[in-house]
Design a protein around this ligand. Structure first.
Ligand code: SF4
Length: 170
């Protein structure tokens, strides 16, 4: 039979020694968001929506949206904002970047920079960590340090000249 022992303090309060090691909630640490696990079906649906939004005539998101996406993916060296931790160098195409979080593969249609119709141009395109500019964007949580800095830079009027990663190709 379990015996319930309690320590009685002079002030009338009681303490359960088993609870002495009270759970101390760790302080939230600053870290970058990780992509949500997406099923194959969801990836196909998401890609289908992006393709549909592009249409037959290469529809593009508006300039401001594309600039937000560029900031989200590539950062802004002039303002000390580093690129997204999920941005990867393409192994097949030198000088090109792809998203390492969406699982779409190292293919030309997924380029994040350079010539041609790149991923950031699709009117309806998602980001695996819901960064600003993408259709599934969500506000930064307190620990999402870089996302917060992206938001602040956008709020402060992101300098349209600051990031010219793709200017020539548009
Ligand atoms: S699409 Fe999102 S996760 Fe991928 S590189 Fe850009 S900001 Fe990062």
């Amino acid at each position: 039979m379990a015996v319930n022992i309690k320590i009685h303090h002079g002030d009338g309060s009681e303490e359960d020694p088993k609870k002495e090691n009270k759970e101390v909630k760790p302080e939230p640490i600053q870290h970058e968001p990780t992509p949500e696990a997406k099923s194959f079906i969801k990836k196909v649906v998401s890609y289908g929506r992006a393709l549909k939004s592009r249409g037959l005539y290469d529809n593009m998101a508006d300039e401001e949206t594309i600039q937000k996406r560029e900031l989200s993916c590539h950062g802004d060296a002039k303002q000390g904002l580093e690129p997204c931790h999920l941005r990867k160098n393409s192994k097949k195409f030198a000088g090109r970047y792809i998203c390492g979080g969406c699982g779409c593969g190292d293919k030309s249609r997924n380029f994040l920079n350079g010539d041609g119709y790149i991923k950031l141009y699709y009117p309806d395109v998602t980001c695996p960590i819901q960064m600003p500019g993408f259709i599934n964007e969500t506000p930064a949580k307190p620990h999402e340090n870089r996302k917060k800095r992206v938001e602040i830079q956008i709020e402060q009027g992101y300098n349209k000249q600051a990031n010219d990663n793709n200017k020539e190709s548009k």
